[in-house]
Design a protein around this ligand. Structure first.
Ligand code: GSH
Length: 99
């Protein structure tokens, strides 16, 4: 199974947009991924909270079912650094301290 990018449904392709920033990094790094678009309203993001412990996008669901959420700039850097599965240890994935 490829990784899943849980993101908002707003189709803005601007570098300042957090979801697009991470999606663009996945594209440019050639990482296979599936997009899961969720609700615009944070109040409707119960599934996202179950997955990641918080209600902001983007969130990456890794092949083992764990969730990776950091500030989108940090996520994009990690992706560009060379592949999520290889670069992220389970300890670096735990916790959801992005706002
Ligand atoms: N600073 C955060 C911002 C994340 C963010 O605002 N994401 C949007 C979707 S693109 C969101 O979930 N907004 C809902 C909210 O702020 O409650 C980041 O860069 O990751």
């Amino acid at each position: 199974m490829s990784i899943r990018l849980h993101r908002c449904p707003i189709p803005i392709k601007a570098d300042r947009h957090p979801c697009w920033r991470v999606e663009k990094a996945l594209e440019e790094a050639g990482v296979p991924y599936e997009v899961v678009k969720g609700p615009v309203r944070p109040g409707k993001r119960d599934e996202l909270e179950r997955l990641s412990g918080q209600r902001k996008y983007p969130v990456i669901e890794l092949a083992d079912g764990s969730a990776y959420r950091r500030e989108s700039k940090e996520m994009a850097s990690a992706i560009r650094a060379g592949g999520l599965e290889d670069t992220l240890s389970s300890s670096s994935r735990s916790g959801f301290h992005a706002s």
